[in-house]
Design a protein around this ligand. Structure first.
Ligand code: SF4
Length: 461
């Protein structure tokens, strides 16, 4: 080996940064959209009315480019495993197999199976684990948000901030949705809970709590996805929030900025957002958008355009909260590619990656705390510090903790122990809340043999 080769190998970085140009894949490569014009594509209404909602519509779109085996796999998943119904806007569908060149029957089958966005938006039965498809401690409302409702849909978990779930629907449904208990239509596996109070009364009850609770300064306005709320109603809610003196931070949660950017590019929404942002700025309130992208392929020129439109309208920041998912992004290169694509291409701040929560049938997506710590280590030092995403574990009854904050960790059984420094709304009289440890569980298939054997004995199967 020559000296030059040695120097080159020593100087190679584990991750090689290259600025990537954003590309909108050509939707006409899919037979069902061969005749769709650019004007149609850019219209939110066209996107909403051409979502893929079932196996039949997926077949109409892809035809025989994908084998019957895939459609049967999907049908079985929907009948036996899926916690979310299917709803994929064309914009999201178009980021799957972005470089695929159809070449006859079955030619896209393997690419579709392997695709990272497909992996979480259109899960199939063969993706899931058969040994432990669900962790024994998986629950429908894994973060116990409903236990902490102070008004229907208003979760008060942290001392100074609340989560307002305005509505239970989204323009797209993600297979791993942590709010699968409430969000979306019922599936054969999960009968969804319903809000019981009329929307207008529910929002008024939230507002009434916020007006009388000065300790709250920060409201995450969410759902579901706020893009599914008719704009005049969302604007009225935001105007009311802005009248409350103690509210200093408002964050609008919308995956649609990535999944249906056409919504945020609409004239009514842009003009409305400019009005709300103007009021926020005049009152010294920070208004931001939080979106949810899990893979670099999702960041296209239309997403960048929607982000730029919101910044131009006056929101202070657009931030990304992705979810760490096996088969999608649980790899340092994937996380860095996504983060750079967000930051360089779309002016979106990489902010968090959440570990996937312990909901039913999510074991194939979840990673262990140890793996999450390794991923955090590997992504440090490449992005600016302010744009280096934190990988966080949302620990039941605790809240978000950076993955290195674990207090102790039984790596054999995959049980991590966490502490906290505040009381949630259901612990105001609990003297032990701050000294207790709270548990989080790694996927059993990631454990050493002794740990897997322990769960066989104690896991309640
Ligand atoms: S956009 Fe968010 S709330 Fe809606 S399905 Fe996806 S993860 Fe759930």
């Amino acid at each position: 080996m020559s000296i030059d080769t040695i120097r080159h190998e020593r100087s190679e970085q584990p991750y090689a940064y290259r600025r990537a140009e954003l590309v909108e894949p050509d939707w006409r490569r899919f037979p069902g959209w061969a005749g769709v014009t650019e004007d149609e594509w850019r219209t939110a209404q066209w996107q909403r009315s051409h979502c893929v909602k079932n196996v039949r519509q997926l077949r109409e779109l892809l035809g025989d480019l994908v084998d019957d085996r895939f459609y049967a796999d999907l049908e079985r998943d929907q009948a036996e495993r899926a916690t979310m119904s299917m709803l994929v806007p064309p914009q999201m569908m178009n980021t799957m197999m972005p470089a695929a060149v159809p070449a006859g029957p079955g030619s896209l089958t393997e690419a579709f199976y392997a695709d990272p966005v497909r992996h979480y938006m259109i899960p199939v039965f063969s993706d899931r684990r058969t040994d432990w498809p669900s962790h024994p401690y998986a629950t429908r409302d894994s973060l116990h948000e409903q236990d902490m409702w102070v008004a229907e849909g208003l979760t008060h978990r942290y001392p100074t901030k609340v989560l307002a779930e305005l509505l239970p629907t989204c323009p797209q449904y993600c297979g791993h949705c942590t709010r699968m208990d409430l969000v979306g239509n019922s599936t054969p596996v999960i009968d969804k809970h319903k809000f019981l109070i009329k929307p207008v009364d529910r929002l008024e009850a939230m507002m009434s709590y916020l007006r009388t609770t000065p300790a709250v300064r920060d409201v995450v306005v969410s759902g579901g996805d706020v893009a599914n709320m008719p704009w005049p109603r969302l604007e009225a809610f935001l105007d009311s929030l802005l009248e409350i003196e103690n509210i200093r931070d408002i964050r609008l949660a919308t995956k649609a900025l990535v999944g249906l950017p056409q919504h945020w590019l609409g004239d009514e929404v842009r003009a409305g957002m400019a009005r709300v942002a103007g009021v926020a700025r005049a009152r010294g309130v920070s208004l931001a958008i939080h979106t949810h992208a899990n893979h670099a392929n999702s960041i296209t020129p239309l997403v960048a355009e929607a982000s730029a439109a919101m910044l131009e309208a006056g929101v202070r920041d657009v931030r990304n909260q992705g979810v760490l998912l096996n088969g999608v992004n649980a790899d340092p290169h994937e996380l860095l590619d996504l983060s750079f694509r967000l930051l360089d291409g779309a002016q979106i701040m990489p902010y968090y990656f959440y570990m996937c929560d312990m909901i039913p049938f999510s074991e194939h997506w979840r990673v262990s705390v140890a793996d999450a710590q390794r991923l955090q280590h590997h992504i440090m030092g490449y992005l600016p510090g302010f744009a280096t995403p934190r990988i966080v574990c949302d620990v039941p009854f605790v809240g978000k903790r950076w993955v290195h904050q674990v207090s102790s960790y039984d790596t054999e059984r995959g049980i991590s122990y966490w502490t906290k420094n505040y009381r949630t709304s259901i612990e105001s009289t609990d003297p032990d809340a701050l000294s207790r440890t709270y548990e989080y569980y790694d996927p059993i298939h990631t454990l050493p043999e002794a740990g897997r054997a322990w769960w066989e004995q104690h896991g309640g199967r």
